[in-house]
Design a protein around this ligand. Structure first.
Ligand SMILES: [Ca+2]
Ligand SMILES: [Ca+2]
Length: 316
């Protein structure tokens, strides 16, 4: 009210054309800053500053989040168990089969392989290929690669001249390099002892035990082709034909061949490149013997594979 009375007094003095006291004028015109009314332009500036501030802060926060996500330390990567010198030539362990199963055990015919009678009848003629497709120049069931492996003559079917051909001699346990000589008395093959079985393999090949329990053992040629023996638990003690049908649903059991090899019985796969053997008195373990040609066009060691299978014995 005092302010109003002073202003009224000033107007009254001005109207009376009287001299205005400078102190009074100073007192009237000096108004506190907070009473000034902001113009629209000023308000717009304030709003603009606030909005820009929000945008800048938001941008900085977003950038910080981006850095946090992209510069976060990487999860530790598992270290490969394979050494740089690991064998890279080993192909997959088992063949993949896709054909539908139509098998029944009743349609099968049991075939026993006679291991004891050498034969002089070659199954191929000279100049043709072996069953595996590799060249067999002299028709003695050994490819030229096998002839080199055993030191036999690739152009003479009966290297030692005892009337028995080289391949059949090996298949029946005799050396093709000496009449009447057993392969066990030569250095052509080496015996491998497993707690469950024994088998022979060419002495020049390498043995690879793939696990501490020796459930997977490979016998590897210098070409990378190999024979493998797998010890497979038959958890439910299924009869071998049922196990075969369940394990290989794409393979017709009717096309497989029942075999008896030494103290085992089993099945030969229709492709002739694998056997599934069990003890006649105990089916709790399946012994899977496989020949793998390592992706080669032809098998170079088919007779060698069959020699190995014929010399597979379960430990009594
Ligand atoms: Ca030959
Ligand atoms: Ca001979």
């Amino acid at each position: 009210m005092a302010f109003l009375s002073k202003k009224k007094k000033l107007k009254k003095l001005q109207a009376q054309d009287q001299t205005v006291d400078p102190a009074l004028v100073e007192q009237i015109h000096v108004m506190p800053q907070r009473f000034y009314v902001k113009t629209k332009k000023q308000r717009f500036g304030v709003i603009l500053v606030v909005v820009l501030g929000i945008l800048i802060i938001g941008g900085l926060a977003g950038f910080a989040y981006y850095l946090n996500q992209n510069l976060a330390p990487l999860s530790p990567q598992p270290v490969s168990n394979q050494s740089p010198t690991a064998d890279t030539t080993t192909p997959p362990l088992a063949p993949v089969v896709t054909a539908p199963a139509t098998s029944t055990s009743s349609t099968n015919t049991s075939v026993s392989i006679d291991l004891n009678q050498p034969t002089t009848t070659p199954t191929t003629t000279p100049g043709t290929t072996s069953p595996g497709g590799s060249i067999d120049l002299d028709g003695d069931q050994l490819t030229s690669v096998e002839e080199s492996l055993y030191g036999t003559n690739p152009t003479r079917a009966d290297t030692d001249g005892d009337t028995f051909l080289d391949g059949p001699e090996l298949l029946n346990g005799f050396s093709p390099l000496g009449a009447g000589q057993r392969i066990g008395d030569t250095s052509l093959f080496t015996s491998y002892g497993h707690p469950d079985y024994s088998i022979i393999y060419p002495s020049a090949w390498q043995v690879q035990e793939r696990d501490a329990e020796k459930r997977e053992v490979l016998f590897v040629s210098d070409l990378g082709e190999f024979v493998e023996v797998l010890v497979i638990p038959n958890i439910n003690n299924l009869p071998l034909d049922e196990w075969f049908s369940q394990t290989l649903p794409g393979v017709s059991f009717a096309d497989a061949t029942l075999v008896t090899i030494n103290n085992t019985t089993g099945i030969r796969h229709p492709d002739g490149l694998s056997y599934y053997l069990v003890s006649p008195n105990n089916v709790s373990t399946i012994y899977f013997i496989l020949y793998n040609n390592a992706g080669a066009v032809d098998e170079h060691f088919l007779t060698t594979f069959n020699v190995m299978v014929k010399n597979f014995f379960l430990t009594p």
